[in-house]
Design a protein around this ligand. Structure first.
Ligand code: BG6
Length: 462
């Protein structure tokens, strides 16, 4: 296998609410994740003393990050993608003064990363926001959130700019169409009009963060983050082709705004036909012109689209309802495995945007078994990741500019969709179960050594 580029950013990706725990320490306020104990598709549950939410402790990364970073460094990580919990910095979301203890935690974390030569890749908002912004403003449907987010973004740019060179704005920004509470802090039955208005505010906030990042940190790069929910036509019937175009545009629309700096023409028809009338100011249009430096995305699986209602036998996956592809196998959680889809997606995004691409999530959620000798033989995970990375290599050969690859959950963490520990992604095993039992001890899985060799050989060992 040909070697990957020397400056390729190899690493892993995690998110604050899925690893940190310490949900009330250091002055942190409640976040939307704190009231979703069963994950992003579970009910919203007001906090009561004594209620169990596995994320309250998660994998205790807040206290154990020195050990975890040392293990990642042992694998040779060049970068680690994580997020800042907005509610650690602005506990209620609308304060004018930042919470110093929250800033100090990330100072220490980023210093520790630097001491291992691990580059931070920082998501400003990963599936959570201060709960106060939902309670007092109704989430992103209120335009004032653009200001609050801007204050937060500028605070962390200023404080951490000397350490952080790679920034992402909103994790899987397109997922608000599927899980509005997690994405924009709004109820699932909100009208399409209200959701798209909230999305508009978030797109403006993202573009302003790009503007401010460029002004404040000339050496930094800032990207967007899309859930790469690619669908193929279930058949070559023209109706299916058009349905596929429609469905792919539902998520590519976000990238089109963030990379091209304006709403694409096809959305005008969509808004007209759905009777959606957005409030968009002249200033918004000017702000949107601040386009991202690179496109980052997650990729776990592909799906299919059909125009035939009879064939729309739906399969609930993480975030998307997709029609299954009859040619592909599935994981235990019903996610279809399609390594070639990653090459396809990389080519599609590069053709469309002509900007560097960063694969910031990819991986296999599976149950692991710890053998009596303490080893974990996760060959299924190695196979999944190896097959996907071979397709990244193909895309590089196709001429696609790929900046890096961060596998999802290099250390086991709490799953987003169902808040499970038993759905594991890691190279590093964490001893904790779905009921919160376990020592939190870390163990190296077989894939740990496999990934170490991949990085050390720059992909030659694939
Ligand atoms: C992505 C999210 O959608 O998928 C992550 O950005 C999430 O936060 C990942 O954890 C995997 O999904 P799940 O539900 O298996 O954790």
């Amino acid at each position: 296998m040909q070697r990957f580029p020397d400056n390729f950013l190899w690493g892993g990706a995690i998110a604050a609410n899925q690893v940190e725990g310490a949900y009330r320490e250091g002055g942190k306020g409640l976040s939307t994740s704190d009231v979703q104990p069963q994950g992003i598709f579970g009910p919203i549950t007001p906090r009561k003393d004594g209620d169990f939410n596995i994320k309250d402790v998660a994998i205790d990364f807040y206290h154990r990050y020195p050990e975890d970073l040392a293990l990642m460094a042992e694998m040779g990580f060049r970068c680690l993608r994580t997020s800042i919990a907005w509610s650690r910095i602005f506990p209620k979301g609308d304060e004018t003064e930042a919470n110093e203890a929250g800033l100090a935690f990330y100072d220490a974390l980023f210093d520790a990363m630097a001491s291992h030569g691990i580059e931070p890749v920082i998501t400003l908002s990963h599936y959570e926001m201060p709960l106060g912004l939902v309670q007092r403003y109704g989430g992103w449907q209120d335009r004032r959130l653009i200001t609050f987010f801007g204050r937060y973004a500028n605070t962390v740019f200023k404080r951490f700019g000397h350490r952080v060179k790679y920034w992402l704005t909103f994790n899987e920004i397109n997922m608000s169409l599927h899980a509005p509470f997690t994405g924009v802090g709004m109820a699932a039955d909100s009208s399409a009009q209200a959701i798209y208005q909230a999305i508009h505010h978030q797109l403006v906030a993202s573009a302003r963060a790009v503007r401010d990042c460029h002004a404040m940190l000339p050496d930094a790069q800032i990207g967007n983050m899309l859930l790469g929910g690619i669908v193929y036509p279930l058949s070559c019937h023209p109706d299916d082709m058009l349905e596929t175009l429609r469905q792919n545009r539902q998520w590519l629309f976000f990238g089109d705004v963030q990379a091209h700096g304006s709403y694409p023409a096809y959305m005008e028809r969509f808004f007209r036909e759905q009777q959606i009338q957005l409030e968009i100011s002249q200033q918004d249009l000017a702000d949107l012109q601040h386009t991202v430096d690179f496109i980052s995305f997650s990729y776990y699986m592909s799906g299919c689209a059909t125009a035939d209602p009879a064939l729309q036998q739906r399969l609930r996956s993480n975030i998307l309802d997709i029609v299954p592809n009859p040619h592909l196998p599935s994981s235990e959680w019903g996610w279809q495995i399609d390594p070639q889809g990653l090459r396809y997606l990389l080519n599609l995004l590069y053709d469309r945007y002509r900007k560097p691409l960063f694969i910031v999530e990819n991986g296999l959620g599976a149950r692991d078994v710890v053998a009596e000798d303490g080893s974990i033989q996760d060959d299924y995970r190695i196979r999944y990741l190896n097959d996907h990375l071979l397709q990244v290599a193909q895309a590089l050969q196709d001429g696609v500019e790929v900046m890096g690859y961060t596998s999802w959950g290099p250390i086991d963490l709490v799953s987003a969709s169902k808040a499970q520990m038993s759905k594991r992604y890691g190279f590093i095993y964490v001893d904790r179960d779905d009921d919160g039992q376990g020592s939190l001890k870390r163990l190296r899985k077989k894939s740990f050594f496999w990934y170490r060799d991949v990085i050390a050989s720059q992909g030659a060992s694939l």
